[in-house]
Design a protein around this ligand. Structure first.
Ligand code: SF4
Ligand code: SF4
Length: 300
């Protein structure tokens, strides 16, 4: 395993472009047909439970570095939102994200307990994405261990993931499933949330190929967004707030759950880019070092 990782890292250094095609495969969309067929299921969903993070990555694609007063979401709000969504549609992979979700581990525990008692047939797997800086408390650990559908995924930022090894040891002891992302030597640069002067063909192609559009539709503060960057960018007032580019789950205009489900499915199958895509350059496939920390003196 170690040799495989070293060879992969070496190849990334020689030609990151080729390795992108081989490993990250930005152009592939193996679930395209399934997405079109699935009338009652979201294949992937990112559930945001906090804007707080224990790291401050200069190039966080989800724009966490721009929060000057980040907040934890409340159990009541998150449960109300995910319950409303699950009332109308099921979910293949539910990713729980932040920021860093274990910063808000009380809410994380409540949400997991809720999902272990409600809509149990409507969520296939629950994947908690962590940067490995925090050891959860006993209550949280025993909740993680008590739900077989749960998996903890470590983003693995090397030395920055200061408690990853200890957390992994706990996972092994308690029988918690986990995985480690081991190919994140580089990140793709999404750029600052500024309007870029790229031609429409670029924006369409970028949206079409975008990993986030395919795998990371995001539920945040009552609304379903195409991607977490759009969600936070709108909340921060940095990206255009166009109301037909996301679904407000609690809008009174939805007469019943079928109408809401229809809007959700329409959003995830959307063919035209959202306005936020003109403020993003992931489609240039520019590599940057992963998880470089923002210093106080750095200009935004
Ligand atoms: S650890 Fe993740 S969520 Fe936190 S700032 Fe870095 S990339 Fe963003
Ligand atoms: S803004 Fe558009 S291109 Fe950028 S991550 Fe979101 S969906 Fe993808």
């Amino acid at each position: 395993m170690h040799i495989k990782k070293t060879v992969r890292k070496l190849l990334f250094n020689i030609s990151s472009g080729i390795m992108d095609i081989l490993y990250r495969r930005p152009y592939s969309d193996p679930e395209a047909k399934e997405r079109l067929r699935s009338e009652n299921k979201l294949l992937h969903l990112d559930l945001v439970i906090t804007e707080c993070c224990s790291l401050k990555c200069r190039n966080c694609s989800n724009l966490m570095q721009y929060y000057s007063s980040p907040c934890n979401l409340t159990s009541e709000d998150v449960i109300n939102d995910i319950g409303t969504l699950l009332e109308c549609i099921s979910i293949g992979e539910l990713k729980i994200i932040g920021g860093e979700p274990f910063v808000n581990q009380g809410v994380l525990t409540d949400v997991l307990q809720y999902l272990s008692e409600n809509y149990t047939q409507k969520v296939d797997t629950i994947n908690i994405i962590t940067n490995g800086t925090i050891i959860p408390n006993e209550d949280c650990i025993s909740t993680l261990a008590g739900i077989p559908r749960v998996i903890v995924t470590f983003s693995n930022y090397g030395n920055l993931s200061s408690h990853q090894e200890e957390f992994i040891k706990l996972c092994k002891q308690k029988g918690i499933r986990y995985s480690i992302i081991d190919d994140s030597f580089y990140w793709l640069d999404f750029g600052r949330p500024d309007k870029y002067d790229e031609p429409q063909e670029f924006v369409y192609r970028q949206y079409n190929n975008c990993y986030n559009r395919k795998n990371c539709n995001a539920l945040y503060r009552g609304c379903l967004y195409v991607c977490p960057r759009q969600a936070h960018g709108i909340h921060l007032g940095m990206l255009p707030d166009i109301n037909d580019e996301y679904v407000d789950l609690h809008a009174s205009s939805y007469g019943n759950t079928d109408e809401l489900r229809h809007s959700v499915i329409e959003l995830v199958r959307r063919k035209t880019p959202i306005s936020s895509c003109s403020y993003c350059i992931i489609g240039k496939y520019v590599h940057i070092p992963r998880a470089v920390q923002q210093r106080r003196s750095d200009p935004f």
